[in-house]
Design a binder for this molecule. Structure first.
Ligand code: ASP
Ligand code: MG
Length: 410
């Protein structure tokens, strides 16, 4: 007997038929003797619909009231789900966040889970029931309803799995696992049997939308065994887990392309202490995340500074750094939106020399110019011209042989 937490995303509960379909799946796990906790998202499109509805009455909806509204989406699915199971003679109880005691801070719209009191969930499980928990929502210390941010049901599931010390947390979605790259970009993309938490974190931050990034961080911190599977098939999916030796032998596990960035260059910046902070402090204070930063070696006391920000933040960034650049006597501020970031990710990079060189060689073989480079222990990213994005994905995927699974050693 196992304690299993399963999470079903919006597309998996998009209509009554699909709800019945996944409920039957859960019932099967229960009949096999497992304890089942099910976290559900709202029906596909429902959260968007509610946000639109709110905007019809208020341009800038009050955050507290908006969360009260948005939390209803998940209330609908957990009740329908449990209702159906009961009609089939399977005992199930739905719990909203205050009943499942999922406590958060009061940051409406992006609340953080600070603790879960599992007593009620455990009590229901003990009675032999399937427990369905509304994802995405929480409750603050005085009982206000909060939400965790878009895609937050993944985090609900992982947090409950961690709190219950579940044997497995399965995230059911409309794709059947994590791939070496986006299959829409390269037909040779291969589903990974396993990926490490750290690799998954890098892939998620690079825009692989399979798992919400916060849930991966949570899973890593509490070592929650996590599986990504499709609710439309019986495929085993991808296991997100701690690294082992076999995984460390593979230098590159995935290739990711992100098209969300733009580049800002400030030329002829005086090279003296305090300049970087004057430029980047106001950017940070405006809550804009700066990704890569490159400062050239200075010549005659001047240097060029280049950095990337999210495309949606470009306008605001320019408004902020423009005046500062003038104040400090820099020459000009340039920007470029036609860029893409191509990255290779793999825990095995730590033990394999020459990975970066192979990447640069592959790109140069296609005459792709590298505009910026950044690295972490398990990732190398290059900024290139946007038009080469898909070509770069295919070339790197092929160069590192990602279409063939790594040999198993015994
Ligand atoms: N329903 C919420 C959303 O659409 C939460 C979730 O689906 O995970 O963002
Ligand atoms: Mg969703």
């Amino acid at each position: 007997m196992h304690l299993i937490v399963q999470k079903y995303g919006g597309t998996s509960v998009a209509n009554p038929d699909r709800i019945a379909n996944v409920a039957n799946r859960v019932a099967k796990g229960w009949r096999d003797g497992n304890k089942m906790v099910v976290v559900l998202s709202a029906m596909a499109g429902e959260t968007d619909r509610l946000i639109k509805l709110a905007r019809e009455l208020s341009e800038d909806p009050d955050p507290r009231e908006l969360d009260v509204l948005l939390a209803t989406g998940e209330q609908v699915t957990v009740s329908l789900f449990s209702m159906f199971l009961r009609s089939q003679g399977v005992p199930a109880t739905s719990l909203l966040s205050h009943q499942a005691r999922i406590y958060t801070d009061r940051a409406y719209g992006r609340a953080r889970i600070i603790g879960i009191d599992t007593a009620r969930v455990k009590e229901e499980l003990k009675k032999g029931r399937i427990v369905t928990v509304a994802g995405f929502q929480g409750v603050d210390e005085v009982g206000n309803i909060t939400t965790l941010g878009r895609g937050g049901s993944d985090t609900t599931a992982v947090a409950i799995a961690a709190a219950l010390k579940a044997d497995l947390c399965e995230i059911y979605t409309d794709v059947d696992g994590v791939y070496t790259t986006d299959p829409r970009l390269h037909p040779k993309a291969r589903k990974l049997a396993r990926i490490t938490y750290d690799e998954m974190l890098e892939m998620s931050s690079l825009g692989a939308k399979v798992l919400e990034i916060r849930s991966v961080g949570f899973a890593k911190r509490y070592a929650v065994p996590l599986a990504v599977r499709s609710s439309f098939s019986d495929q085993p999916g991808t296991l997100v887990t701690v690294e082992d030796e076999e995984m460390e032998d593979v230098p590159v596990s995935g290739v990711a392309l992100s098209r969300n960035d733009s580049r800002v260059t400030i030329t002829r910046v005086p090279d003296r202490p305090g300049i970087a902070v004057r430029l980047f402090r106001p950017v940070a204070d405006a809550n804009i995340v700066v990704d890569m930063i490159i400062q050239n070696t200075s010549i005659d006391g001047y240097t060029d500074l280049t950095f990337t920000v999210h495309r949606g933040d470009l306008k605001k960034t320019l408004e902020i750094v423009g005046p500062v650049a003038r104040e400090i006597g820099a020459e000009q501020v340039l920007n470029d939106e036609n860029i893409a970031k191509i990255s290779i990710v793999g825990v095995g990079m730590k033990n394999n020399a020459g990975v970066a060189a192979r990447m640069f060689e592959a790109l140069s073989g296609e005459n792709i110019n590298i505009l910026m480079i950044s690295t972490s222990e398990i990732k190398i990213s290059c900024v290139i011209e946007d038009k080469y994005g898909e070509l770069a994905v295919r070339v790197l995927h092929d160069t590192f042989g990602l279409e063939t699974p790594p040999p198993k050693k015994k």
